[in-house]
Design a protein around this ligand. Structure first.
Ligand code: GTR
Length: 416
């Protein structure tokens, strides 16, 4: 070879050692971030509190069996929530019918069938209607499991034409994974407005009744009533597997989905996303939104009796872990977001964990309240699931993908 000889100086041992060290450091810091405990609320002081024991009856008896829970305690707890928190919702209307507004077997470029229905209810001479949108995967071999979103945002988020697509309701991705996806607009059931919330199904049942009792239902319960009417439709439709319906709600919609899942045991799975105060979060922690704030800002969400507990969370005969317990032994999934301190992520996790004694009546393993999962590391314990996503208050494709992973595993009958 003509010219310069390349110098072949061997890499010094020190340089190699430094490189290896740097590499190890990078791997370690990566692992540390992924497995890090969430401590975004470390600066918040939490008062001492004691949660009511769901397994001790009002007359002080300790429950031991699922039979006892089912035969009377569940109803007692449900009654406490009706009386003090959400109010008593109406039953079925005098007549109920489903009008098919549109059916398109070639929706989503042939991958799904779109169905739009008008759900029509009648009580005395009054009528109420609301629309239900459904996409069913065309690849389905039999009746399809389905997720129903109680949409608390604008209807453009659940556009049946799919001209507008939103990560809040990623219908294409859900269909792709073999699930049906449906939506109702909560405002159709009860406008989300203190002056007008009765102008939906509440008026259907009450007419213009002036005086309302302290346990009269309000917007959240009315929204859930709509989910039950959608369920009435799923039950009579053979393309849908009504025994595998997941009810999903975000934020105020998540408060409503939990309560609807407590009232209506036909929902096999209930999902609360960032539901916070009056949803999954333990009220007695008084972290993030307080009862006084929620009741003053949104006086039309809960029964008026609930307002008596403003600043008196510790006097409530229930707390939100008992709401989760009302879903037992069915599946429940609670999701939080790391920046959503207003919804108290840890309080949301704790409600799931403190529902353990009730889930244990069916042999479910407990969830340790001190073992809140790290960011973006979903936890599944039997039929209960939880995750805390990094980021802001929102319902995102990441959240939906985790709900579906969870549902897949439950349907696969996998054990942890
Ligand atoms: C907030 C309210 C929360 C939550 C949220 C939402 O303003 O304080 O309880 O429900 O709205 O629905 O996005």
């Amino acid at each position: 070879m003509i010219g310069k000889t390349m110098s072949k100086r061997p890499l010094s041992v020190t340089a190699v050692a430094i490189a290896v060290l740097l590499l190890l450091l990078m791997v370690w810091s990566r692992l540390a971030t992924t497995n890090a405990k969430w401590d975004g609320d470390a600066h918040i002081e939490v008062p001492d509190y004691t949660l009511p024991d769901p397994l001790i009856t009002e007359d002080g008896r300790q429950l031991r069996t699922a039979e006892q829970w089912k035969s009377f305690r569940r109803e007692q707890v449900l009654e406490l929530f009706r009386e003090h928190v959400y109010g008593r919702r109406a039953g079925e209307p005098d007549t109920l019918s489903f009008d098919l507004l549109e059916e398109d077997p070639q929706a989503m470029a042939g991958r799904a069938t779109l169905r739009r229905l008008m759900i029509r209810s009648q009580v005395d001479d009054r009528e109420h209607t609301f629309e239900l949108i459904i996409f069913l995967p065309n690849s389905a071999a039999g009746p399809t499991p389905l997720f129903l979103l109680m949409n608390n945002r604008g209807p453009e988020n659940t556009d049946p034409t799919r001209e507008q697509q939103s990560g809040f309701w990623p219908a294409e991705e859900i269909v792709e994974r073999g699930y049906g996806i449906a939506a109702l607009q909560v405002r159709d059931l009860a406008p989300d407005d203190a002056d007008h919330y009765r102008e939906g199904v509440i008026r259907l049942f009450e007419g213009d009744q002036q005086v309302r009792p302290g346990d009269a239902w309000a917007a959240l319960a009315a929204w859930g009533w709509g989910a039950s009417r959608a369920m009435d439709y799923f039950e009579q439709n053979e393309d849908i597997d009504a025994s595998q319906i997941g009810l999903v709600g975000h934020s105020r919609g998540g408060k409503a989905s939990l309560w609807a899942g407590a009232e209506d045991e036909r929902f096999a799975m209930v999902v609360s996303n960032n539901s916070g105060c009056g949803g999954a979060a333990v009220s007695r922690r008084r972290v993030g939104e307080r009862l006084s704030q929620i009741n003053n800002t949104f006086p039309h969400w809960f029964a008026s009796n609930f307002h008596q507990y403003n600043g008196r969370e510790h006097d409530l005969p229930v707390d939100q872990h008992m709401l989760i317990a009302l879903i037992a032994p069915r599946a429940v999934y609670v999701a939080s977001a790391s920046e959503d301190l207003w919804a108290d992520p840890r309080g949301e996790f704790l409600a799931v964990a403190h529902a353990s004694p009730v889930y244990a009546l069916w042999g479910q393993e407990p969830i340790d309240p001190d073992a809140m999962p790290a960011l973006n590391q979903p936890l599944r314990e039997g039929v209960r699931g939880y995750h805390i996503r990094s980021g802001a208050h929102n319902l995102t494709p990441y959240d939906w993908a985790r709900f579906i992973d969870f549902a897949d595993r439950l349907r696969g009958g996998e054990e942890d």
